[in-house]
Write a protein that binds this ligand. Structure first.
Ligand code: F6P
Length: 336
């Protein structure tokens, strides 16, 4: 009899429940027990856990968020006492292997636990899609779809009022949501952290569209796009930590183009809602694969999706966030 421990940590992602359901159902198939930890790494450290039953994972497939709860435990790696606590919990509960679900930081924490000798498998789940070695992370398509649908809605009002909209989206230091959401929602300009941009570029592009008879523009910016290259030191100083950057850019655009400009931050709505079929499918396959991997005695890995199939990579390879391919940004320009 094996006992598998599972936790979901870091910022939540839609589709996580399909992973949890798949881990539980696959485990039950092999007559393994599943111990679920509440609230991510925090629950693992504090041993806030329960034995999962079929009932716990019934009806959860369409639910956003995570039924286990989560926590952002960025300082996990810094405190040696945390590792001692995790080891103690595992021994106490006779857990043979852990499965950690979550964001880039969670995969780093899983890698740390692996290095400390703990049998663990990681599953990438973040709307940001910034975890390397996997084409997609669970939750990304649902968030992207939300951005795309939001831009559809904005198009009608932006074109009716002949306005410019600056739309801020999430991304965790990467431009995946901005690029995929912008491309599929018909953005007229996409600004991402992987490529520098300027105020002048935004203004000129809006004016060019205006001259072409397009009397509205929708600009999508990733929340970590940073300051434009041509901002003055004084303006940078007054904006402190990017707060008010959207408003600042908005005023600059209005000044130069004379077009009414509005700002919209899509914020945490991108993380909510019922997961799309593609995220449920990826979650189901990832969860199933993680338990099979433990069954084969293979741990210390992260489950990934690459070139149409599910495989695994060594957790230690997860070092840097995955930037977008700039070729796709060039493709997006065709549609501006
Ligand atoms: O899910 C990751 C992420 O969406 C980042 O893109 C964003 O910067 C962050 O979460 C914000 O999350 P919170 O406000 O919950 O800390």
């Amino acid at each position: 009899m094996k006992r598998i421990g599972v936790f979901s940590s870091g910022r939540d992602a839609p589709g996580t429940n399909s992973i949890i359901r798949s881990i539980a159902r696959t485990s039950f198939e092999y007559s393994y027990e599943v111990i679920a930890f509440r609230n991510g790494l925090k629950g693992l450290i504090e041993d806030d856990s329960f034995l999962m039953t079929r009932k716990d994972v019934s009806g959860i497939l369409p639910l956003g968020g995570t039924i286990l709860g989560t926590s952002v435990y960025d300082h996990f790696l810094e405190n040696p006492q945390h590792l001692v606590a995790v080891k103690k919990t595992m021994t106490k509960l006779s857990i043979s292997a852990l499965i950690g679900i979550g964001s880039f930081a969670t995969m780093k924490a899983c890698s740390f636990l692996k290095e400390a000798g703990i049998p663990i498998v990681g599953i990438p789940a973040t709307i940001d899609n910034n975890i390397p070695f996997t084409d997609y992370s669970v939750g990304f398509f649902t968030a992207t779809n939300y951005v795309s649908e939001s831009l559809d809605r904005l198009h009608t009002t932006a074109s009716s009022h002949h306005r410019v909209f600056l739309v801020e989206v999430m991304g965790g230091q990467c431009g995946w949501i901005a690029l995929y959401g912008g491309l599929t929602g018909g953005a007229d300009l996409i600004i991402i952290p992987e490529k520098s941009y300027s105020i002048q570029e935004i203004k000129s592009h809006i004016k060019k569209r205006e001259n072409e008879g397009k009397h509205f523009s929708i600009v999508v910016l990733a929340d970590t796009a940073g300051f434009p290259s041509d901002i003055s030191e004084k303006d940078k100083e007054s904006l402190r930590d990017h707060n008010g950057l959207l408003q600042f850019l908005s005023k600059e655009v209005e000044k130069e183009t004379g077009m009414e400009t509005r700002q919209l931050i899509l914020g945490h709505l991108q993380r909510g809602g019922t997961p799309l079929a593609s995220d449920r499918l990826l979650g189901t396959l990832f969860g199933n694969s993680s338990v099979k991997s433990i069954r084969r005695g293979e741990t210390g890995t992260m489950i990934v999706y690459r070139n149409g199939s599910i495989s695994q990579i060594d957790l230690e390879k997860v070092k840097e966030k995955k930037p977008v391919n700039l070729d796709l940004l060039n493709t997006a320009r065709i549609f501006y």
